[in-house]
Ligand binder design. Sequence first.
Ligand code: IPM
Ligand code: MN
Length: 370
Amino acid sequence: MKQYQILVIGGDGIGTEVTEWGKKILEEIGQQFGHQFTFDTALLGHSAIVATGSPLPEATLHKARQSDAILFGAIGHPMYDNDPSLKVRPEQGLLGLRKALGLYTNIRPIKLFDELLDASSIKPEILKGADILFFRELTGDVYFGEKARKDEGKTAYDVMIYSKYEVERIAHKAFQAAQKRRKILHSVDKANVLESSRLWRETVNEVGRQYPDVQLHHQFIDSAAMLLIKNPKMFDVVLTGNLFGDILTDEASQIAGSMGMLASASIGDSTGFYEPIHGSAPDIAGKGIANPLASILSAALLLEHSLGLKEEAQSIVDAVDKTLKEGYRTIDIADVHTEKSKVLGTQAMGNHVLTSLRAIVKTKFELSTY
Ligand code: IPM
Ligand code: MN
């Protein structure tokens, strides 16, 4: 039996509530498919600041490096949002870990489960069939460029910076993914204004020559933001920088029905990191109503990308699909107009997915013995 070491970092707010379910689904996969997962936990973000004074304690970094993969929840707390003068902030923990682990590729799959066509505020006919894979660069850009104040604090700047090497390595990943899909790649930048975007575009063109079977398009960020809502089906793989990717993928969450559904994989040179794209949602934290599906789907991405367990990952996606087909919804994806949704809290929703998973694996194994 293979052993896998998984580090679970719940983080802040609903992060801890939903990550519990990502972990439970992994345990169930272990039982059903005969893998052994060993779990450890660590602190990050606000909860780490409260406990240790640091948003990224040394112990967390050490455990992260020792693990095969990390399942993460969310970070953030409203006290920082209202006080920009605070020097130690939860986000530093997440950004520090991304940098320390070299997690330069953030993969965000946007795919609508058909049952959720009505949960989005976009018309169903625009959405149906949309399936986009975002490649967001995660360790460069304005996030990590020099930032400072001058003129006695009255002027501030954040440098948007990319090196050719940084663009190349993620571009290769995006082109390779496109080759396995519909072979269309949109690279998003602001090359009409920004020098770093001109380097981005130049480099993507160069890398693209090695993938002649992939159709490469360049799109400015402003028009990409518009087209994403106007005609999401035109996109297959989207490659973009850290800041543009941050914004576009939140927008794209509406194509998937809700932020509560979207998982992401951050990969790089070593340990992979898996997290919902939603935040810590302090307004609903502790109420038991958060949607656990993004964490459950993050566990599926973990199995696929870090452990190479594709069949196991697919079983989780099928279990989520089955649960939705049966009409179960958390409040964020409930169809408020028809009352046909069976609205559940976090625990009940998580348990339904576990039940669906057991049923799916049972059918799979029964079929394979005939
Ligand atoms: C995300 C988040 C983070 C980011 C924040 C919490 C630093 O919004 O993962 O998209 O901006 O990258
Ligand atoms: Mn974001």
